[in-house]
Design a protein around this ligand. Sequence first.
Ligand code: SF4
Length: 265
Amino acid sequence: MRWTERQTAMLHEMGIRLWSPQPGPHGADDSTPLPPAERGVGAADAALRSGGPAPVVAGPVVASLGDVAALGWNDLRDAVVACTACGLCKGRRQTVFGVGHRRAHWMIVGEAPGEQEDIQGEPFVGKSGQLLDNMLRAVGLGRNEPQHVDADAAAARQVYIANTIKCRPPGNRNPEPDELARCEPFLIRQLQLVRPKIILAMGRFAVQSLLRSSEPIGRLRGRVHQYQGIPLIVTYHPAYLLRNPEDKAKAWDDLCLAAAAARGA
Ligand code: SF4
């Protein structure tokens, strides 16, 4: 495969090194990338699937998808902001709802907010966010509104990003199964509202939530799964990739697979 100059630059941003084109024995160059690296869910959910902490605003306790199934974007966001359905509400500075185009063709699902997400109120910020942005840019996508394009083109080029869980677990610990279960209706409703053509599930908890699988990412990536009839690609979380840069080439393969699946969709 030959990379365009832009793709090469983006792969460089991701930290993926490419073979320098070397003349072969017959004078041909060969530019090839280096190989490096439950719980109480309501029946409605199951059917659908196949500075310091801010004061918590007393509000509705969301316990099932039925509580949010009819909500539009603004009411859904308000419900998340007011949510006290699990103990994570006690330590959050703010909820982290989601960002991007509300009719995006691509929906990125991450795990739980970290410290910077909790501070800024946006998923995937800090170093992980920068890596995600670079990865998306490499396939012509971004989280911000593209300039000078019509609405359809914007939906095709701007992603929607949401986390599996909307409040930061203290000390960045893993979310508990009960916390994942209580927060899940919000993600399901976001997926229903966006209706993406492709879902990119990044990391273990996104995969557990969307595919009901506890298999390692390494066994699930590399093929097209389905979530409610929507193609779903499993890949590594950017935070993992920062710790394990040898797996960035696999993440690139996953992005290419997602792009192909989106085109097929
Ligand atoms: Fe509500 Fe989700 Fe936050 Fe728990 S993590 S309080 S379920 S918004």
